[in-house]
Design a protein around this ligand. Structure first.
Ligand code: LUZ
Ligand code: MOS
Length: 752
């Protein structure tokens, strides 16, 4: 089966929010954002903007009819800035006009009197000043302090780990259309329709049942629309309510880049201790998360950072400190991996530096510390069904790591100005929302009288293939071809209280719910079939649209059986609800069983660095990944390659640059470089672990969205191995990403 939207995507016919023909009289809105990063908002001058031809209204904090506050966890964020501005681009007003051009002109004409305050953009500085979004927490296992004396090798250091722009193709947008009786219909590019519904209802002072949110698909989300699609829908809703007209907001790329949060940058302190056999005895890390202005999802992101700080390694003594530092940047937010990559990165740096000190290769240390069944994480969960070692061993053997290393060593010996490097990255990622209550999925399955089927779930199609997965699942449970099944838009009137499509868990949660719904319908149908054929339903099965009895086809087709079921007045629609059992997690103590299961994999990256120019190529990625039983192999491969691409980008090319005054200077694609197809390795090999099952996933499958992101991390270390083949690395702080500029400076540390 192919991705069910692919024929539409490649021919440009898939509809996104603003591709649906506009309703009559639709107005366009553009946001006026703060020109400074921090200050007291004294007054607004909107007169000139109001006079711009075509401008209909300007909405501000004062215009909000209901709650003026929004926020994922706490209502800590005003929809428009009121008395203070906390980041450059902080929305202050919304200019609504009869054309996008007029609204843009209006927004440019707005001005604000702001008493500037000095901005804080560094989390260490925020921490020192006590600017924290929540209490700083310490999580421990074993006894770190008393073990250092037993360590043969100890290294410690500092890290500056950058953030990352989501760069979804479709920028944030929403269209809100007033309906009869004060109701609102919202089209939003959101990963979380119920969050949009709740907050639109909140700012309008309406009950949630008056607000309908419909989402056909997103042009990418990557976490950037898990929480931060809400703002734009709420703003458009306030405008639509005031003007009693449809209002659409489509953020320009620069506005989207400077007004929305990104992957959280972190600063980190680490210390690691090993014995002479290469066993890690102790690891300590302090995470200073650059959270941005408001809470958003920073707490849960930091929590996943803590949970994944030991990644795939068994470490007996651990101490992890985590601080959510408030800075004058847009609230940083979910991004594929959700803090996991930031948790794993410093341990890889620690292993790299310990290896250098011990005179061994990092993978020698990595391989000696991999987790296995029975290992208990610092948060109390015991490892079961562990395939970590298997993916590592298969990677080493199947891809001939010995041979690769020998080839690279020979190349580096022969070449003076071009050097190659190699690194491995094991990944162990926990599947489930760490906020346990979010782990629920719903599916509504309709079988129509002509035999065609429609599936609606809480899952959002953002290109990742959830619709295809749901079709594939329904097709397998019913025993009918894919072509007879349609996957619908996600709609809050068909599914209530939808968890965001996030945490890699969307297929798991909604897929299991779809299985439950399909089985409910199927059992009624097979009962009718049994009556008709004079046998027990247990003897019957539907295969490729035909009823089989004890494995042999009968005369009865799916279509005929559907009609018989209908005439017998037996239900042909069902709602399935699924929540994974046995999850419990105390977020304050950081203890319990947060994850339904784990996914595993190992990645090898090879790179070549031009030691004259500092440029590099990523030559090969070789991955062994545990997918359980894949539902649609091409969809899963797409997720693995896409995750890898974003992971590679994070540690190599992508550099968010802020001026000292807190202004994002890389706010367009001309100044922010993300990987393209050309940047991807010429050799991309993927080996799926064979003969594996996953009782936790639908049809034995495993979640796939986020774990591959972290494979990209290997590129960072591979580039550094290549640099070291030319000259020793000299640095007081480890900085990521390894942009070509940084590589060049590392190659020539004495060149001023
Ligand atoms: N979102 C969330 C996530 O709300 N909770 C999570 O644990 C999570 N994990 C990964 C990605 N998004
Ligand atoms: Mo996400 S980081 O929206 O799974």
């Amino acid at each position: 089966m192919r991705h069910c939207g692919s024929h539409l995507h490649v021919s440009g016919r898939s509809q996104y929010v603003d591709d649906v023909p506009a309703p009559k009289g639709m107005l366009h809105a553009v946001v006026f954002g703060s020109p400074v990063a921090h200050g007291k908002l004294l007054s607004l001058d909107l007169e000139a903007a109001k006079a711009v031809e075509g401008v209909k209204a300007i909405v501000t904090y004062e215009s909000i009819p209901g709650s003026k506050m929004i926020g994922a966890l706490a209502l800590d964020e005003p929809l428009f800035a009121d008395k203070e501005v906390l980041f450059q681009g902080h929305p202050i007003a919304l200019v609504i006009a009869d054309s996008h051009a007029a609204a843009t002109k209006g927004a440019k004409t707005c001005s604000a009197e702001i008493e500037e305050l000095s901005p804080v953009t560094c989390p260490r500085e925020a921490f020192a000043k006590g600017l924290l979004l929540q209490e700083t927490r310490v999580f421990e296992k074993g006894d770190v302090d008393s073990i250092w004396s037993e360590c043969e090798t100890i290294v410690a250091g500092k890290i500056d780990l950058a953030g990352q722009e989501h760069l979804y193709l479709e920028t944030n947008r929403a269209r809100v259309i007033p309906q009869e009786d004060g109701q609102m219909k919202v089209y939003s590019s959101t990963q979380s329709p119920s969050a949009v519904q709740k907050h639109v209802a909140g700012v309008l002072g309406l009950p949630m049942h008056k607000v309908e949110v419909d989402v056909k698909r997103l042009g990418g989300g990557f976490g950037g629309k898990e929480d931060q699609a809400t703002h734009w829908a709420c703003m458009a809703a306030v405008g639509a309510a005031l003007l009693k007209a449809p209002v659409q907001i489509v953020l320009s790329r620069p506005d989207d880049m400077r007004m929305t949060g990104k992957r959280h940058p972190y600063k980190q302190d680490f210390k690691i201790g090993l014995d002479s056999a290469g066993k890690i005895l102790a690891y300590e890390v302090h995470h200073f998360q650059n959270s941005g202005a408001y809470m958003d999802l920073s707490g849960p992101v930091l929590e996943r950072t803590v949970l994944h700080s030991t990644n795939a390694y068994a470490i007996p003594n651990v101490r992890i400190r985590a601080a959510a530092c408030r800075t004058n940047l847009p609230s940083n937010t979910a991004y594929r991996g959700f803090g996991g990559p930031q948790g794993m990165f410093p341990l890889e740096v620690a292993i790299e530096q310990a290896a250098a000190k011990m005179g061994v290769s990092p993978d020698w240390i990595q391989s000696r510390n991999l987790i296995s069944d029975g290992y208990v994480f610092q948060y109390g969960q015991e490892m079961e069904g562990c395939n970590m070692q298997r993916t590592w061993d298969e990677a080493v053997e199947h891809f001939d790591v010995k041979g690769i290393k020998a080839r690279i060593a020979a190349f580096n010996k022969e070449n003076l100005m071009v050097k190659k490097g190699f690194a491995m990255m094991p990944v162990c990622f926990g599947i489930s929302f760490t906020k346990t209550f979010l782990n629920q999925g719903s599916s509504l399955v309709h079988v129509y009288t002509d035999g065609s089927v429609s599936v609606t779930t809480g899952g959002i199609e953002m290109g990742q293939g959830i619709s295809s997965n749901m079709i594939a699942i329904a097709s397998r449970v019913f025993g009918i071809p894919h072509a007879w099944i349609n996957s619908n838009s996600t709609n809050t009137r068909r599914i209530a209280n939808i968890s965001p499509s996030a945490a890699s868990a969307t297929s798991d949660l909604n897929g299991n719910a779809t299985i439950i719904a399909c089985n409910e319908i199927l059992s009624g149908m097979l009962k009718i079939a049994g009556e008709h054929l004079g046998c027990s339903p247990e003897a019957l099965k539907i295969v490729n649209g035909v009823v089989q009895r004890d494995g042999a086809p009968t005369e009865l087709t799916w279509q005929q059986l559907v009609l018989k079921t209908y005439f017998a007045r037996v239900q042909l629609m069902a709602h399935g609800f699924y929540s994974p059992p046995d999850l419990h997690y105390d977020g304050v103590k950081g203890f319990g069983k947060p994850f339904h299961y784990y996914t595993f994999g190992t990645c090898l990256i090879e790179t070549t660095v031009d030691c004259l120019r500092g440029t590099y190529t990523i030559d090969a990625s070789r991955i062994v990944h545990d997918l359980g039983r894949t539902i649609i192999p091409t969809v899963d491969r797409g997720q693995i390659e896409g995750g890898l691409a974003q992971g590679l980008g994070w540690v190599t090319l992508e550099e968010l640059s802020f001026s000292d005054s807190g202004r994002l200077t890389s706010h367009a694609l001309s100044t922010y470089k993300a990987p393209d197809a050309d940047f991807m390795p010429d050799v991309m090999e993927l080996k799926l672990l064979e003969n594996v099952d996953n009782p936790g996933g639908p049809l034995g499958s495993k979640a796939v969205g986020e774990p591959p992101f972290m494979y990209g991390t290997a590129a960072y270390f591979a580039i550094r191995r290549a640099i070291e083949a030319y000259t020793p690395l000299i640095e007081d702080e480890v900085r990521c990403p390894m942009t070509p500029e940084r590589v060049l400076l590392s190659l020539y540390p004495n060149f001023k």
